[in-house]
Design a protein around this ligand. Structure first.
Ligand SMILES: [Zn+2]
Length: 265
């Protein structure tokens, strides 16, 4: 049994400020370690549930955050950006039995996390058929494209609530509860214990997990904070103008959507 794991940092326990995810800031070291510990706990849970292999994708910023020797030995770590349209779930394919997400956060514009954003903090919002899209949603659809069920997500309470509503059967651990520019956060050790236990349970039930539901047609709207970015986006094939900061893209094949996201988010 093979498990794919993607990890971000803005939904790691205690993370509430951009500096905490920036390698050039002194606060970063602590959060880099906590991110690694949460990923390691998830890997241990997956291995205890019978996984033979766990591929970990470091999926924040430089993609060089996770401290490799703190992960269990049966894991493999994908560092850096492959420049494939799968982005934060690069390397995923039909061979995986389930996907696990650690450290994820609410969609751009949401009050559920002080760090809510979708791929790029310069975006005001991204929607699919009128519903807000988080990075987790984008990656869950990519997993579904490759027929891999999403088993688990940890991050802020708002994201976990949205994930439970959209993907019945998913296991979640809410580590932070956003309140405007702040958040109430679990104790970091408590979060690690909960993640290990919940991932073990989620992976044990992988055969019962369903795929993330995929729409038949995708109508994507991207609203940029700066009008110049929308003007640039209009050069991508198939992109239409909605207003000076918002562009629209429609497709039936999610691979086309992934490629568009890769260039425009
Ligand atoms: Zn992120």
């Amino acid at each position: 049994m093979k498990i794919y794991l993607s990890a971000d940092i803005e939904g790691i326990t205690g993370s509430i400020h951009w500096n905490e995810g920036s390698a050039d800031q002194p606060e970063y070291r602590y959060f880099q370690e906590q991110m690694t510990k949460e990923v390691a706990a998830a890997c241990e849970g997956a291995l205890a549930a019978g996984a033979d292999e766990v591929l970990v994708k470091d999926a924040h910023y430089t993609a060089r955050n996770i401290i490799p020797d703190m992960l269990p030995e049966k894991t493999k770590l994908l560092r850096g950006w492959t420049e494939a349209p799968e982005m934060m779930v690069a390397g995923i394919d039909e061979g995986y039995d389930g996907a696990v997400f650690i450290g994820y956060h609410a969609a751009a514009g949401s009050n559920a996390s002080p760090l809510s954003h979708t791929m790029n903090p310069k975006l005001q919002s991204v929607t699919c058929n009128g519903e807000p899209l988080s990075e987790f949603d984008i990656n869950a659809m990519t997993a579904a494209y490759y027929k891999v069920p999403v088993l688990f997500v940890s991050g802020d309470a708002g994201l976990c609530k949205a994930a439970k509503a959209a993907y019945p059967g998913i296991h979640t651990v809410a580590v932070n509860e956003g309140l405007g520019g702040g958040a109430v956060c679990l104790h970091p050790h408590t979060a690690i214990v909960k993640i290990r236990e919940a991932v073990e349970n989620a992976v044990k039930g992988y055969k019962k997990a369903g795929l993330c539901p995929m729409p038949e047609r995708f109508r994507i709207e991207i609203c940029y904070k700066e009008h110049a970015m929308a003007a640039k986006a209009l050069n991508y094939p198939g992109i239409a103008h909605k207003d000076d900061t918002t562009v629209v893209y429609e497709a039936d094949d999610y691979m086309d959507v992934m490629k568009m996201f890769f260039w425009l988010l």
